[in-house]
Write a new protein. Structure first.
Length: 254
């Protein structure tokens, strides 16, 4: 995840999600993804899907209450057209903004690319800055307020799914066990994305059940066809079919 630069038809999904076979013949049990912003320029999602086994993606939508990513709408649309599951993320500034105001700012911009057709992953709060929390008694409270507002807005529009919290393994020490967002954890520890864990450090910060992660951002310098330069790569903790049927995929409400 990075701050903005200055100045600034559907392909069939793998039905079972059990095997993803790439051009090199490498089999992946856990699906791979990328997360991108305007820093990555124009992404060729078809190349990423066909040549690098990318099956999901996250696109930056907003930052705080001052930035809307110019590549967001194209990333969401083109990623889905290529066959990827796609989610939107908001880079948060809890020391500067009310959580509900930030949630509204994000939702108003991002929701045009939300749908209930099975390809939209739940909204993500990117929590990386820990210098204070406005109108909340903790970072957990701030994040949960953001998530509750997003869920309320989705319900009003006839949509529902759980929201996701992105943070690093050690930064997770700033949130508590009452956090309601599903964990997307960053740790560039060099472990194999298929067998490793993002909790190789700061394991005591893990407040989530089970493995303590749904997504793992395992590198910030991955090589992916269709993306210029190194990019963030991610993995889902399960099969593609598990993700597609999970509470993280947007569907109709009630």
């Amino acid at each position: 995840m990075k701050p903005p630069k200055a100045g600034n038809t559907v392909v069939a999904l793998v039905a079972t999600g059990a095997l993803l076979i790439g051009s090199a013949g490498v089999t992946q049990a856990k699906p791979l993804g990328i997360d991108v912003s305007n820093n990555n320029g124009s992404v060729n999602w078809t190349a990423a899907y066909n040549n690098s086994n990318i099956r999901f993606g996250f696109a930056k939508a907003t930052e705080g209450q001052f930035f809307q990513d110019s590549t967001y709408h194209n990333n969401m649309s083109n990623g889905k057209l290529a066959g990827c599951l796609m989610g939107a993320y908001a880079f948060s500034h809890p020391a500067s903004d009310d959580p509900q105001n930030e949630a509204n700012y994000f939702y108003n911009f991002a929701n045009a690319n939300f749908n209930i057709g099975g390809q939209t992953i739940g909204p993500v709060l990117d929590l990386e800055i820990f210098s204070g929390h406005i109108n909340a008694n903790s970072y957990t409270d701030w994040a949960n307020q953001w998530g509750a507002k997003i869920i309320s807005r989705m319900h009003t529009d006839g949509r529902t799914c759980n929201w996701i919290l992105y943070t690093s393994s050690c930064s997770a020490c700033n949130v508590g066990g009452s956090i309601t967002g599903s964990p997307w954890i960053a740790d560039y520890n060099g472990q194999d994305s298929q067998t490793g864990t993002p909790w190789s450090v700061c394991g005591s910060c893990n407040v989530w059940p089970g493995d303590g992660w749904r997504f793992w951002q395992f590198t910030a310098s991955g090589s992916v066809s269709g993306v210029s330069g190194g990019c963030d790569k991610d993995v889902y903790d399960g099969l593609l079919s598990d993700l597609m049927s999970s509470d993280l995929i947007m569907h109709s409400y009630p």
